[in-house]
Design a protein around this ligand. Structure first.
Ligand SMILES: [Zn+2]
Length: 65
């Protein structure tokens, strides 16, 4: 069973925020890859800037074993 976690704004609890990350173009993969962890997040709901999102553990859904 896979444990998932969600990240939330510590101010309002919204999961709708943007992480400011550093990415570089990977020629082999033909896509941007993140090379640095996020430093600053900005909430799309309350516009708060924060550096550490609140983590919540989610139970895996969809299996009834
Ligand atoms: Zn917020």
């Amino acid at each position: 069973m896979m444990i998932k976690k969600s990240l939330h704004c510590p101010a309002c609890g919204s999961a709708d925020f943007l992480a400011d990350v550093g990415a570089t173009w990977d020629v082999e993969r033909q896509e941007f890859v993140v090379v640095t962890n996020f430093d600053i997040c900005t909430c799309n709901t309350c516009a708060t800037d924060f550096d550490k999102p609140e983590e919540r553990i989610l139970a895996e859904e969809g299996t009834n074993n």
